[in-house]
Design a protein around this ligand. Structure first.
Ligand code: DGJ
Length: 759
C-alpha cells in the first residue's frame, strides 16, 4: 500500500516500495517532517527519526525543528512555506489586525486511491485509480477558520510524490495570502550539491552544481514566465553521486510563471527545500468561503544517480503530464522555414520549400513568423491574426491546402499573448496591453503583452485563433512568446488585488491553452518563448513538445539538450538541423554531426532545403529515413547521459559528449558520441554504457551514413556482452593521428540490437 497511517505513532508513511516519505502529527498537532529517501519497511514506527525540539523555547517545547509546511512567527526563523495576513483582524474587535502569525493544527485526513484533478492548472494525473494513492491532510487555524489542505499523491510506478496545497477560508473575515509554496521539505542534513538550470536567450539550460552552504541559495523568476534565465526545478545530489550511482532528489514545479526554488541551510545543518509561486509581489485575497490552490510540485527521488532521477521525471512527464492524442504518438519530422527565410518569403517560395522537404522525407511543413497582418519584420501586426495578403494571396487556407496537396502536413506559428503598437488590435484596444496608467509602457521586441488575466481578452483570442484553425488543414501550432512582462498591473483589478496580477496571467494563459487544445485535439502544439524561455512542465501539460532554444548550433545544442534532459524527456525537445555557417555562432559543423545531435529529440530541419547540394539531399534523405526507423526509441526510449564535457566529473577532458537511448522493450539501444575539439596523439578512450541487460548479448553496428571511424568500427562491432559494454565499454579514439576522422566535430552513432530480440 503506498500510504499507511500508523494511528499509535500518528505517522503517515507514503511509499511505493522504492521511495519512502514519512511525516508525523507532533504533540502540539503541527506536522513534522520525519524522512524522505530509500524505502523503509511499511510497518515501522520511526519516532527515532523524529525532528528534535527547538532548544530554548520553554513554553513551546512541543515545537520541532523539521516541519512539513512551516509557518513563521512561532520560533521557526527560517523562510516559511506560507504567509497569511489578516487585514480585517480575527474577531469583531479587530483582534490581531494585520498579524501574520497563525497556528495550523492537524484536523483530519483522508487516504484514497487515485489522484484528484487540479482545476485551472496542469498537473500530473492517473488513468486508473490503482496507479497512485493520495493523502489529504487538513490543518486548521482555529482562531481564523483558515483551513490548509496538504495534498500528497504517491505514484506506484514512478518514484515521485506530487504535492500541492489548498487554502480555504472557513472564517468570516477576508484573508490575504502572501506566500504559498507548493512544497517545502526540511531535510535532516545539508551534505548535498544543489543543481540548477540557468541561462539566457540562446544559452538555456546551463547546469550549475555547487555544494550547499549555510544560508540561502536558489533561483527565482519575476519575469512573468519561468524564463530562459531559470528553469523551475532544483536537484540535490549527494556529493559522491554520479550520473548512474548515488542518491539524488529533485523538485520540479508544474507552472509557467514567476516561481522560486530555494534551499536554506540553518544553524543545525537542516536543509529546507522550497518550490512554489514567487512570493515577491504576490498576494491573493481569500474572501470568506474562497479557496486558493497552489500549482503542483513533483518531488522525485533516485538511488541510481542523476540519470535515475531524470528518468523518473521523464517517465512521469511523458506519460502522466503530457496528454491528448499526441502524448504517445510518434512526432512528425518537420521543416520550419524560420532560419531558411526569416520574414522574407512568398507563397511560391514556401511551396518550393515544402515540396523539397517532402522529397527529403519530412512529414510536416511549419510556416513560422510573418504570415499575418502586414508583418514584414518584427515591428508590426502581432494581434492581427489574419493572412498577409501580399505574401499569401489565397490566405492561410489556400496555402495550407496547397501544401497538404503536396503530400506534407501544414503547421503554423502564432504568438497569441502579444500585440504590436502598430497593429489594428492595439489601435482598437490600447487598454488590452498590460500597462500602468500614466506610466511608460516598456517595449521589448517592439511589442506589448496582452493582459491574459482578463477573460474578455482570452475569449477574443480563442475566437480569432479558432477561426484560423477551422479555416485550414492545420496539423501543428508553434505557440511563441517573445518578451517578459514589465509594468505588471491590471486595470481590471482593484488596487488591493494587484498582487494577483501575475498568477491571473498564468491562469488566463492556461485557460486559452485548455480551450484550444480541447477544441482542436488532433493538432500537435509546440510551445516556444524566444526558444526555451518558457520550457516548463506547466506548458508540457498542453504542448507535449517545446522549442528548446533559438541556438541551433549543434555544439551548443549538446549542452542545451543535455541540461534540459535533467528534467525533460526527449519527446518534449524540438531539435532542428540548421544551415552552416550557423546563424547564432557562425560555426561550421558537418551535416552528420548536426543530425546526430538532433536525433536525440523530435527531429526537424530549419533551413532552406532548396539550397542543398545533390550530395546533401541524399545525406538528409538517409538521415530522415534512419530517424523514422528508430524514432520510437529516440523519442520515447530511456535516455542516459554518458560522460559529459559539461561537468568536471567526466573523464573526457571536456572533449566528448555521449548520449544513449534504449527502446522501451530493451531490444535496441543507440549511442551517440560527439567529439567537440580534437587534439593530437589521443589516448584511447573507453565509453562505458549504461542500462543494458548484463546477461544479454548485443549485436553492435555503426550507422554507416554518419561519420564513423573504421578503427572504432572494427574494434567495437559484432557480438558484445551487455556486462562487457557496461563495465569495459566501447573503445574509441584509436584512430591514428593523421586520420581525417580525427578532426573537430566528429561524431559516431552505434546501434545495439539485443540478441534474440524480435525486431
Ligand atoms: C522566436 C522563436 O524562438 C523562433 O524560433 C522564431 O519562431 C521567432 N521567434 C519568430 O519571431
Amino acid at each position: 500500500m503506498p500510504i499507511l497511517f500508523n494511528a499509535a505513532a500518528k505517522q503517515f508513511h507514503l511509499s511505493n516500495g522504492s521511495f519512502s516519505y514519512i511525516i508525523r502529527i507532533l504533540e502540539n498537532l503541527s506536522i513534522g517532517q520525519v524522512y524522505a529517501g530509500a524505502a523503509l519497511r511499511p510497518d515501522g514506527n520511526y519516532s527515532l527519526l523524529d525532528p528534535l525540539p527547538f532548544p530554548g523555547f520553554s513554553n513551546n517545547d512541543k515545537a520541532f525543528t523539521r516541519f512539513e509546511y512551516p509557518v513563521n512567527g512561532n520560533g521557526d526563523f527560517r523562510r516559511p512555506a506560507f504567509t497569511v495576513r489578516f487585514p480585517e483582524g480575527l474577531g469583531e474587535g479587530g483582534e490581531a489586525l494585520g498579524s501574520t502569525v497563525i497556528e495550523p493544527r492537524y484536523k483530519s485526513h483522508r487516504i484514497y486511491a487515485g489522484k484528484p484533478e487540479l482545476s485551472g492548472m496542469p498537473a500530473a494525473y492517473t488513468e486508473k485509480d490503482d496507479e497512485a494513492e493520495t493523502l489529504e491532510l487538513e490543518l486548521l487555524d482555529a482562531a481564523s477558520g483558515l483551513k490548509i489542505i496538504l495534498f500528497y499523491t504517491m505514484f506506484t510506478q514512478y518514484n515521485c510524490l506530487a504535492r500541492r496545497v489548498r487554502f480555504s477560508n472557513g472564517g468570516n473575515k477576508k484573508i490575504s495570502l502572501e506566500n504559498a509554496m507548493s512544497l517545502s521539505l526540511d531535510l535532516p542534513d545539508s551534505r548535498w550539491n544543489l543543481i540548477t538550470l540557468t541561462g539566457a536567450w540562446a544559452r538555456e539550460f546551463d547546469i550549475g552544481d555547487a555544494p550547499l552552504r549555510t544560508g540561502f541559495q536558489g533561483i527565482q523568476s519575476s519575469r512573468g514566465i519561468s524564463g530562459a534565465q531559470t528553469n523551475p526545478a532544483v536537484i540535490l545530489r549527494r556529493p559522491s553521486a554520479t550520473e548512474n550511482e548515488g542518491e539524488a532528489l529533485g523538485a520540479s514545479l508544474i507552472y509557467s510563471g514567476n516561481f522560486i526554488a530555494d534551499v536554506e541551510v540553518d544553524q543545525w545543518d537542516i536543509a529546507r527545500l522550497r518550490i512554489g509561486i514567487n512570493p515577491d509581489g504576490f498576494s491573493w485575497e481569500l474572501a470568506e468561503g474562497a479557496i486558493f490552490d497552489t500549482p503542483e510540485a513533483i518531488l522525485a527521488w533516485s538511488a541510481r544517480g542523476l540519470n535515475g532521477l531524470s528518468q523518473v521525471f521523464h517517465e512521469l512527464y511523458r506519460n502522466r503530464l503530457a496528454r491528448g492524442a499526441w502524448r504517445d504518438a510518434e512526432r512528425p519530422v518537420l521543416l520550419n522555414n524560420w532560419e531558411g527565410t526569416y520574414f522574407n518569403f512568398t507563397e511560391k517560395k514556401i511551396l518550393e520549400m515544402a515540396a523539397s522537404a517532402r522529397d527529403l522525407g519530412a512529414e510536416l511543413f511549419v510556416l513560422d513568423d510573418g504570415w499575418f497582418g502586414k508583418r514584414d519584420d518584427d515591428h508590426s501586426s502581432l494581434g492581427d491574426w489574419f493572412p498577409h495578403k501580399e505574401k499569401l494571396p489565397e490566405g492561410v487556407a489556400g496555402l495550407a491546402k496547397k501544401v497538404t496537396a503536396l503530400g506534407i502536413k501544414f503547421g503554423l506559428w502564432i504568438e497569441p499573448e502579444m500585440v504590436n503598437p502598430d497593429s489594428d488590435l492595439y489601435r482598437a484596444h490600447p487598454d488590452w496591453a498590460i500597462h500602468i496608467p500614466q506610466r511608460q509602457r516598456t517595449e521589448q521586441r517592439n511589442q506589448y503583452v496582452l493582459d491574459m488575466g482578463r477573460p474578455e481578452i482570452v475569449d477574443h483570442l480563442f475566437k480569432v485563433l479558432s477561426a484560423i484553425l477551422e479555416s485550414a488543414p492545420i496539423s501543428y501550432i508553434k505557440w511563441d512568446m517573445n518578451r517578459f512582462i514589465t509594468e505588471p498591473y491590471s486595470i481590471a483589478l482593484p488596487p488591493r488585488r494587484q498582487g494577483e496580477f501575475f498568477h491571473r496571467y498564468v491562469l488566463g494563459l492556461y485557460d486559452l491553452y485548455t480551450g484550444l487544445t480541447k477544441a482542436f485535439p488532433e493538432i500537435l502544439f509546440e510551445s516556444c518563448a524566444s526558444g526555451g524561455a518558457r520550457f516548463d512542465p506547466g506548458l508540457l501539460g498542453f504542448a507535449p513538445q517545446g522549442w528548446l532554444s533559438d541556438d541551433t548550433d549543434a555544439v551548443e545544442r549538446l549542452s542545451i539538450q543535455e541540461g534540459a534532459s535533467l528534467i525533460y524527456p526527449l519527446s518534449s525537445m524540438g531539435a532542428h538541423v540548421s544551415a552552416i555557417p550557423n546563424h547564432q555562432t557562425s560555426r561550421l559543423t558537418p551535416l552528420p554531426f548536426r543530425a546526430m545531435v538532433s536525433f536525440f529529440g523530435c527531429l526537424g530541419y530549419e533551413l532552406d532545403p532548396t539550397k542543398f547540394s545533390a550530395e546533401e539531399r541524399e545525406a538528409v534523405k538517409k538521415q530522415i529515413a534512419f530517424y523514422k526507423a528508430h524514432r520510437r526509441t529516440f523519442q520515447y526510449g530511456r535516455f542516459f547521459r554518458l560522460p559529459s564535457p559539461l561537468r568536471g566529473r567526466s573523464n573526457t577532458n571536456g572533449r566528448f559528449a555521449a548520449w544513449m537511448v534504449i527502446s522501451d522493450d530493451g531490444a535496441e539501444a543507440i549511442v551517440g558520441v560527439y567529439k567537440i575539439l580534437s587534439n593530437p596523439n589521443q589516448r584511447p578512450f573507453r565509453l562505458k554504457l549504461a542500462g543494458l541487460a548484463g546477461n544479454a548479448d548485443y549485436q553492435v553496428t555503426v550507422w554507416e551514413e554518419g561519420g564513423y571511424s573504421e578503427e572504432d568500427k572494427n574494434l567495437n562491432c559484432g557480438g558484445r556482452g551487455g556486462d562487457e559494454l557496461m563495465q569495459a565499454g566501447l573503445l574509441l579514439e584509436c584512430t591514428g593521428h593523421h586520420s581525417p576522422k580525427n578532426g573537430d566535430f566528429f561524431s559516431e552513432l552505434f546501434l545495439l540490437r539485443k540478441q534474440g530480440a524480435s525486431k
